[in-house]
Ligand binder design. Structure first.
Ligand SMILES: C[S@@+](CC[C@H](N)C(=O)[O-])C[C@H]1O[C@@H](n2cnc3c(N)ncnc32)[C@H](O)[C@@H]1O
Length: 252
C-alpha cells in the first residue's frame, strides 16, 4: 500500500535545493498544543497520519521529531509558489516577511521549503499535491485508513466544515484533529462546533488544537492537564459549548 501511495506522491525531484539557512520553523508547536496530539498516538505503532494542509512542513516535522514510533505522514497541499499566508486565512494576501523568513521566493516555492524541512524523514512522508478533496478520495481508494487526521487547510467556514465532514465520511475510525481553533474570526471554531453537532460528538481543545477522539472518555487518563489553566487564562475567547475541555479541567 505504501508503494502505491509513493506512486501517487508528488516527486521530491520537483523541489529546488535550498542552500541558504532558513529561519527555524518552530511556530510555538508545544504551546499550540501539538504535544498533546503526539500523546494520543503514543500507543499506536507506526501510526498513519493524514495532514490536510502541510505548507512548509511545520507540523509534519514536529510529528516526525516527537513521536516515539516512526509515523507515515501523508501530506496534502496545493503548494502554490505564491508565498506563505495563502490558505492560512484564505482571503489574505501572503505575508512578505513570513515568506522571506521561510525562504520562499519566486523561484523557490513552498514545496521546496517543505522538502527542505522534512528531507531527513522523506522515506516516511508522502506529499500529494492538489486540491485536498480530490486527494483524500485518492487515498481512500487505495484502502488507506489513517489513525489520525490533522486538518490545517482553509480556515474559512464552510471549507473547514467541509473538510471535517469529508474525512469523517471516508475515514470513520480516525481521530480527527486540527489547528487554529481560535483563528479567522472564529470560523474554525464555528466549523468545529457545527461538525460536533452533526455527529453528536464532543471534542477537546488544547492550545490552538481541537481533537475529536475515538472515545472522548479516554482523554482524562491519557492527557495531563498541567498547563491548561494558564492557557485558558491567556485566552480572550473560550472554546465553544461542545468542547469538553473545561469539564475535564475542573477534575484536576
Ligand atoms: C495553515 S497552512 C498549513 C500549515 C502547515 N500545517 C504547517 O505546519 O506548516 C494551510 C495550507 O493549506 C493549503 N491549502 C489551501 N487550500 C487548499 C486546497 N484547496 N487543497 C490543498 N491545500 C490547500 C495552503 O496552500 C497552505 O499551505
Amino acid at each position: 500500500m505504501l508503494n502505491e501511495l509513493r506512486n501517487i506522491s508528488y516527486p521530491w525531484s520537483n523541489a529546488t535545493i535550498i542552500k541558504n539557512k532558513l529561519v527555524p520553523i518552530n511556530r510555538g508547536n508545544v504551546s499550540r498544543g501539538l504535544d498533546r496530539i503526539v500523546k494520543l498516538l503514543e500507543d499506536i505503532e507506526n501510526p498513519t497520519i493524514l495532514e490536510i494542509g502541510s505548507e512548509i512542513g511545520g507540523s509534519a516535522n514536529y510529528f516526525m521529531k516527537n513521536l516515539n514510533s516512526t509515523p507515515n505522514i501523508i501530506c496534502l497541499d496545493i503548494w502554490e509558489k505564491r508565498g506563505l499566508g495563502k490558505g492560512f486565512f484564505s482571503n489574505m494576501e501572503p505575508s512578505e516577511k513570513a515568506s522571506k523568513d521561510a525562504g520562499i521566493t519566486k523561484k523557490i516555492g513552498t514545496f521546496s521549503v517543505f522538502y527542505h524541512q522534512i528531507k531527513e524523514y522523506k522515506d516516511n512522508i508522502f506529499p500529494i499535491k492538489g486540491d485536498r478533496i480530490k486527494s483524500i478520495h485518492k487515498i481512500h481508494k487505495l484502502g488507506i485508513q489513517p489513525d489520525l487526521i490533522y486538518v490545517d487547510c482553509m480556515h474559512t467556514y464552510p471549507e473547514c466544515l467541509n473538510d471535517l465532514i469529508e474525512v469523517r465520511k471516508l475515514f470513520p475510525n480516525a481521530m480527527i484533529t486540527g489547528d487554529d481553533y481560535f483563528s479567522s474570526n472564529l470560523e474554525v471554531m464555528k466549523s468545529v462546533e457545527e461538525f460536533s453537532n452533526i455527529h453528536n460528538q464532543k471534542y477537546c481543545v488544547y492550545g490552538t488544537q481541537y481533537v475529536f477522539p475515538f472515545n472522548v472518555n479516554e482523554f482524562p487518563e491519557k492527557i495531563k492537564y498541567k498547563n491548561l489553566e494558564n492557557i485558558l487564562e491567556k485566552r480572550k475567547v473560550s472554546p465553544g459549548p461542545n468542547s469538553r475541555e473545561p469539564e475535564f479541567f475542573k477534575k484536576k
